[in-house]
Design a protein around this ligand. Structure first.
Ligand code: GTP
Ligand code: MG
Length: 205
């Protein structure tokens, strides 16, 4: 799929206030600074559609972007962001979880993981939360340009092994770089393929 048009629609602090529409929605979640906003910019061929920063905690609201007038990309705040205090963090975590649990338009949630690190407790707990609640998700490894090919494949395999300790089957997994564009086409094609699944197919358990 080619992205021909992408526009910012609005930011919200509450899932129930998000745009009302019947279009498919794909959201990006993950720890603060993992590269959610950067990847949204890469996918949409724009430098600063989503706001990015080298300092964690840039995205603090639910941001909707309309793509090709037919589906939405959603940039979410990172979880586990420490610098806003316990209360602020609890509020942010609730904003994210409420969105994930209630937003009916959400076709698929992409959980972004920094490929440089060993599996982190808060990522694994979040993935477990998704599984427990039946939220459809995929995993995207980010910042692949920061590792050698061999280290990258070692880390990705180690992560898969870790997931297989808890899961019988792995979710779809993508390896990306917002610097080089690695994984961009695969990701867009995957989104396209999910949208093409008819409602009848998707209701089969
Ligand atoms: P929050 O909004 O704070 O939760 O962060 P985020 O997950 O949206 O991260 P963001 O896209 O703002 O990127 C964080 C930092 O990582 C920025 O300095 C980006 O330039 C950098 N970054 C993101 N993706 C990549 C990547 O693929 N490769 C490299 N080298 N740097 C990246
Ligand atoms: Mg962000």
């Amino acid at each position: 799929m080619e992205v021909k048009k992408a526009v910012f629609v609005e930011s919200n602090s509450d899932w129930s206030k998000c745009p009302k529409h019947l279009l498919p929605e794909f959201a990006f979640i993950g720890r603060s600074n993992v590269g959610k906003s950067s990847l949204i910019n890469k996918l949409t061929n724009q430098k600063s559609l989503a706001k990015t920063s080298s300092t964690p905690g840039k995205t603090l609201l639910i941001n909707h972007f309309l793509v090709n007038d037919s589906w939405y990309l959603v940039d979410l705040p990172g979880y586990g962001f420490a610098k806003i205090g316990m209360e602020g963090r609890a509020k942010l975590d609730k904003m994210i979880k409420d969105y994930v649990l209630h937003r009916e338009e959400l076709f698929n949630l992409f959980v972004l993981i920094d490929c440089r690190h060993e599996p982190q407790k808060n990522d694994l707990e979040f993935i477990e939360f998704l599984g427990a609640n039946g939220v459809p998700f995929s995993i995207i490894f980010t910042k692949a340009d920061k590792l050698s090919k061999s280290k990258l494949s070692t880390n990705v395999q180690a992560y898969k092994n870790k997931l297989l300790e808890e899961w019988e089957e792995l979710p779809p997994i993508f390896v990306t770089s917002s610097e080089t564009g690695l994984g961009k086409d695969e990701l867009l094609d995957y989104i396209d393929s999910i949208m093409k699944v008819s409602p009848d197919d998707s209701s089969v358990e």
